[in-house]
Design a binder for this molecule. Structure first.
Ligand SMILES: Cc1ncc(COP(=O)(O)O)c(C=O)c1O
Length: 386
């Protein structure tokens, strides 16, 4: 029996190493990782540039605390804010923490302006923003909240992608609207451009902040570095984590000019947030991204991946419905009586790792370096007779 807490239903596989799109178990068997450590390993496993950056930083400076400046976090903040057109960055250790920070920032910004009644955070149906109490309160799935109440006050939900509902959902009590441009956990649902554009307009007219949670769909997964670039809508705040350092724990909140001064010394913090090793790994990730022209690669391979899934859904119509997704984040709905969890296990037996998500859906978030050969392997695993 495992000594680990039983909060995960772990598969009976022990991984000992990874390389590129492959993970190897303790018997030496290779698996094609089509879920990429849940949208984390964008450059694949054990990327040499990340390994070198980590090793070099570990020999130079591991920790100094946020009482002082250090070069990796300073440079990373400059790189991310410049590339995204933001004013400031806050670093933490996970996606959940980045969203907690964004929730606190939105409330504090209103408070500083004397709008003490503007405390409400509006999230969308199907949303997933994390597991701490604030992020959980902004998460739609009631099952995740059961037994953990009471939830913090001041959270409301509106229907995802419902343009007409925005007007009533955002008012003078709304501190922020938080949206995933592509929802991952709900089963991969892509926001419409019209929804995000209207969200921008309504937030502007009502004085609320627009927060994009790009923790799963950002960092190049849709092609451009930021998911918002793929929709042509600029949020006030972006939260990032997962792939940011290609596997090292880091979260980030990037804040535009409008709310850049909301948090002042003492308002928020994190001991390890933006510590040198993950920051150095994130910088290495950005460099590799640039060198490998990953935006164009994702455009090319994302289209092929989606086409492959559409073809699989056609060939196995009794088992799968039409895929949903964008870039290299895809969901393949599984038709009853088949179950996504059983499909995940069967695919693993065939040597392909995929995830499951809400609405009985298979989820794919492969390394962005995936090629035609890997896509063909995934196709074979999905179409193999069972
Ligand atoms: C959209 C989104 N937000 C937030 C989170 C939480 O991130 P973390 O698990 O790093 O705390 C996740 C994780 O799956 C996510 O997909």
């Amino acid at each position: 029996m495992s000594a680990l807490l039983a909060n995960y239903a772990r598969a009976e596989v022990t991984f000992v190493r990874g390389a590129g799109c492959l993970l190897y178990d303790d018997t030496g068997r290779a698996y094609l990782d089509a879920i990429g450590g849940i949208a984390v390993c964008a450059l694949g496993h054990a990327h040499p540039a990340i390994a070198d950056a980590v090793a070099e930083q570990a020999r130079t400076l591991v920790h100094a605390s946020n009482l002082y400046h250090h070069e990796p976090a300073g440079t990373l903040a400059r790189e991310l804010t410049t590339r995204g057109g933001f004013a400031r960055a806050f670093f933490c250790n996970s996606g959940t923490e980045a969203n907690e920070a964004a929730i606190k920032l939105a409330r504090k910004q209103a408070f500083r302006r004397g709008e003490t009644a503007r405390t409400r955070i509006v999230a969308c149906t199907g949303s997933f923003h994390g597991r701490t109490l604030g992020a959980l309160a902004a998460t739609a799935n009631e099952a995740y909240k059961q037994g953990f109440g009471p939830m913090p006050d001041g959270f409301a939900f509106m229907p995802f992608n419902d343009v007409a509902a925005l007007d009533a959902a955002i008012d003078e009590r709304t501190a922020a609207l938080i949206v995933e441009p592509v929802q991952g956990e709900s089963g991969v649902h892509v926001a419409s451009r019209a929804f995000l554009q209207r969200a921008r307009e309504v937030c502007d007219t009502r004085g609320a902040l627009l927060i994009f949670d790009e923790i799963q769909c950002g960092m190049g997964r849709l092609g451009p570095l930021f998911a918002f670039e793929a929709f042509g809508v600029r949020p006030d705040v972006v939260t990032m984590a997962k792939a940011l350092a290609n596997g090292l724990p880091i979260g980030a909140m990037l804040v535009g000019e409008r709310a850049a001064d909301a948090l002042q010394p003492g308002d928020h913090g994190s001991t390890f947030g933006g510590s040198p090793i993950p920051a150095a790994a994130a910088l290495a990730h950005l460099r590799v991204r640039d060198a490998r022209a990953l935006e164009a690669q994702v455009a090319r391979m994302g289209a092929r991946f989606g086409a492959m899934l559409a073809e699989v859904a056609e060939v196995r119509r009794e088992r799968y419905a039409s895929p949903r997704g964008m870039g290299l984040l895809w969901g393949l709905p599984v038709q009853a009586p088949y179950e996504a969890s059983a499909e995940v296990a069967a695919l693993r037996e065939r040597g392909v790792l995929v995830g499951s998500a809400g609405g009985n859906t298979l989820r794919f978030a492969p390394p962005l370096i995936i090629g035609d050969e890997e896509i063909a392997t995934i196709r074979s695993a999905l179409t193999a007779a069972r």
